[in-house]
Design a protein around this ligand. Structure first.
Ligand code: UD1
Length: 366
């Protein structure tokens, strides 16, 4: 009998991580029956559906429809519905990815029902407990049976927390699997031309972290720096950020109309990667983009005081930034004075098959 495996999809960054795992498991129908579970944390068409289409994912087998809300509302809502689903469907394994609220909510629920849990992208630590993601990472890693890590620093973090060696599996970066598969098609799209831009002559901005965008004065200061940059910057605006900008009228307050900052709605995977591939630089507070720009060798400024992905700094093209340091760093990029990165080991597009091999052995022993 094939083993029933729940793959938890929930929010935008998870879809790129789940897709290669879905494919690798779907190719083994004799031993695995993967089922996609969408919790509903991200629900707009352009935050969710378009990624299923772009990444070739099937319609989720189950949609819990929990939606947004406060952290407690999201977490509790997912737990209640996911427990009902687990009791009805009795999966043999629950696979979670990343660090969003649903990752933690579904892991805790499954572990209490004695269903094995495996965590992909385990071991990353920012040591910043003001980030909800750090709490989600710590809780998920504490209870998961297998911890699939993207880089040696993650292994070290887990060892330092006393995790047994046999639970730690260094397999590489799952998000890069999706990028490797899509990069040729994404490169050819010319989404940037539709915005009147030339390859290599614009930057891309994404901002959605509460620490950057929830305080309107702070967001206004960031926008002030961006409008002064002597390069067109494309900024697909996350719903959280858009809500703050609209409520506080930051568009007119920060003079966006007269600037070279181009606001856009959130984009699909291919369109967005087309912009990144052809960009001169990235300004972001996202986790995944630090990794994707390292893979693509594009200069990246991360507007955060810390990162759970230090290998993108030590080996890749990433630097941390503050509002004060950004102008100087941007000038260095435009002068061509930026470090050349290299791609970390095992960020090679074959992480999903490595994970599925380990899971097959794990389930064979059950
Ligand atoms: C979540 C993740 C974050 C990830 C980010 C990517 C957590 C704790 N955070 O943050 O790690 O980097 O996703 O986007 O899980 N909204 C919509 N439509 C949508 C999705 C969200 O309008 O499709 C609104 C929500 O209702 C909410 C706000 O945007 O008001 C924030 O959404 P939420 O999922 O709570 O957190 P993110 O900031 O997206």
């Amino acid at each position: 009998m094939p083993k029933k495996i729940f793959l938890i999809a929930a929010a935008r960054p998870n879809f790129m991580k789940v897709a290669p795992l879905w494919r690798a498991m779907d190719a083994r129908p004799d031993s695995m029956k993967p089922m996609l579970i969408h919790t509903g944390q991200h629900y707009d068409k352009n935050m969710s559906d378009v990624f299923f289409e772009d990444l070739g994912l099937p319609t989720p087998h189950v949609h819990l429809g929990v939606g947004g809300g406060s952290h407690a509302q999201q977490t509790a809502g997912v737990m209640v519905k996911f427990e009902e689903l687990c009791l009805a469907e009795k999966p043999d394994l629950v696979l979670v990815v990343g660090d969003v609220n649903a990752t933690m909510a579904t892991s805790v629920t499954a572990a209490k029902l004695h269903i094995p849990v495996v965590h992909v992208e385990a071991g990353l630590r920012s040591r910043d407990m003001t980030m909800p993601e750090e709490i989600n990472r710590l809780m998920t890693d504490a209870i998961a049976d297998l911890l699939f890590t993207p880089s040696p620093d993650a292994d070290e973090n887990l060892r330092a927390e006393g995790v047994a060696e046999e639970r730690i599996k260094l397999v590489g970066n799952i998000m890069i699997d999706s990028l490797v598969r899509s990069v040729a098609k994404a490169r050819d799209l010319k989404a940037y031309e539709k915005l009147g831009l030339e390859s290599g002559k614009f930057g891309v901005v994404t901002l959605h972290r509460p620490a950057n965008v929830d305080d309107p004065d702070n967001l206004a200061r960031i926008l002030g720096v961006l409008t002064a940059v002597d390069l067109p910057l494309v900024f697909p605006v996350h719903p959280r950020t858009r809500a703050v900008m609209q409520e506080h009228d930051l568009g007119s307050r920060c003079g966006l109309v007269d600037s070279r900052l181009i606001l856009a709605d959130p984009l699909g995977y291919y369109e967005f990667m087309n912009l990144v591939i052809h960009s001169r630089m990235m300004l972001t507070d996202s986790g995944g983009l630090q990794e994707e720009t390292t893979f693509l060798d594009i200069p990246c400024l991360t507007l955060r005081p810390n990162t759970e992905r230090p290998i993108t700094i030590t080996q890749g093209t990433n630097e941390l930034a503050t509002i004060e340091s950004m102008p100087g760093q941007i000038s260095r990029i435009l002068e061509g004075n930026w470090k050349k990165g290299s791609v970390p080991d095992l960020w090679d597009g074959n992480t999903a098959p490595r994970i599925v091999d380990v899971i097959a052995d794990f389930l064979a022993d059950k």
